[in-house]
Design a protein around this ligand. Structure first.
Ligand SMILES: *Cc1c(COP(=O)(O)O)cnc(C)c1O
Length: 380
């Protein structure tokens, strides 16, 4: 078994995981290699949740762990478009989104590196999650966000005591400001930092255990920067390489048609109700498309009115979810998800987006294209 290492996606060069770097010296994305094999025998002695899979989480010492008690999230049956699927409620994680899977591992690594101050750029759930875990670990945290950002997620970030740094200009300019600040601190990025992805991979471990190895045909999830989709892919691959599962479920990434950078058809970016996946230029786009290809999955784009219908359906079945998560449900209308056994990941808690939901459910959704038809899908 090779040593744990950070590997540059451009040069293949390896670096020690104890270096406080989030990007390679060549400017490439870093990924982790050399993780230990999963050990199902060890899981049974541990409580359900992210840290149940302790041996495959890249943290050396137990005393470094920063946890808010992430539980295993339930699978609940749900009816939509004449079908019965299972929803995996990651909306129930401690700060209200799936991002906690990544943040608990990333901020544990930050503590292990002895870093006292981090920066992140997100006015949404990633910012709220990083802010929460930093509060837990008494690590200083600056969150960079656009001047236009508002709402419950921003209030959650400040409530956790993180400093907000509002930056004028585009989303790219906000990220650039965070990267500049990271020169003297550390970039706890949910897009760049590979430790985040080794937390989100626990979704795969949990699904495999909950299903006792009988995996679904497809897992449908919203995709923006791809931390959840790529995490799931890493997790299922680790399980397959250890012989614990015999195939990878298809991964179906759902984006809003109004902001669909992963589609073959490029359209101008417009505002979308699915704010969590309003990402115009995902830096790991090539990796996302590779995960889709390798699992025979698909990218599906859904129209705004379809997101609203899915949100309404969730509410009428007692589930208060984010519009971004409703986008994944909306994809059940697409051919690319038409399998017998499907899990849809509910990524965010609707308590943070009640304002947007109220407006959408009472007003008229604004689709970009006039004839926004049913979900358009691409096998790639
Ligand atoms: C961040 C987020 C997503 C998208 O996750 P990515 O890792 O950016 O693909 C989906 N849903 C919600 C609620 C989110 O907060």
């Amino acid at each position: 078994m090779s040593e744990l290492a950070l590997v540059c996606s451009l040069t293949g060069e390896r670096y020690s995981p104890d270096l406080p770097i989030w990007r390679s010296p060549a400017g490439g994305l870093l990924d982790l290699a050399g993780l230990p094999r999963p050990d199902p025998g060890a899981w049974r002695s541990r409580a359900p949740g992210v840290w149940r899979y302790r041996e495959v989480l890249p943290i050396r010492e137990d005393r470094s762990i920063v946890t808010l008690g992430e539980s295993a999230t339930p699978l609940v049956p749900f009816e939509y478009a004449g079908r019965c699927v299972a929803l995996k409620l990651d909306s129930l994680l401690p700060t209200g989104s799936y991002k906690d899977r990544g943040a608990t591992v990333l901020i544990s690594k930050v503590r292990e590196l002895g870093i006292r101050r981090v920066v992140e750029d997100s006015s949404g759930n990633a910012g709220a999650s990083i802010a929460g875990y930093c509060a837990r670990a008494a690590i200083e945290c600056d969150i960079f966000c656009p001047q236009s950002a508002s709402g419950a997620k921003l209030r959650q970030i400040t409530a956790f005591g993180a400093r907000l740094q509002q930056v004028g200009g585009s989303r790219e300019q906000v990220a650039a400001a965070a990267i500049r600040a990271a020169e003297s601190t550390y970039y706890a990025s949910h897009c760049w930092n590979p430790f985040f992805f080794h937390g989100t991979k626990t979704l795969a471990y949990e699904v495999a255990e909950q299903r006792q190895g009988r995996l679904p045909d497809a897992i449908v999830l919203p995709v923006g920067n791809g931390a959840l989709l790529l995490g799931a892919y890493i997790g299922f691959r680790e399980l397959a390489e250890a012989g614990l599962i015999d195939h990878l479920p298809r991964l179906v990434g759902v984006q809003a048609a109004n902001c669909a950078p992963l589609s073959a058809i490029t359209r101008p970016v417009r505002p979308t109700l699915a704010e969590g996946i309003a990402v115009a230029t995902p830096i790991r786009a090539a990796q996302i498309l590779e995960a889709i290809r390798a699992t025979q999955g698909a990218i599906v784009s859904v129209a705004e009115h379809e997101i609203v219908s899915a949100l309404r359906a969730a509410l009428t079945q007692g589930l208060l979810i984010e519009p971004t998560s409703a986008a994944a449900i909306a994809a059940l209308g697409a051919e690319a998800t038409a399998f017998a056994d499907v899990i849809v990941v509910i990524t965010g808690n609707g308590l943070k987006t009640l304002d947007q939901a109220e407006k959408a459910l009472t007003g008229r959704p604004s689709d970009g294209a006039p004839a926004a038809t049913s979900a358009e899908a691409r096998e790639s």
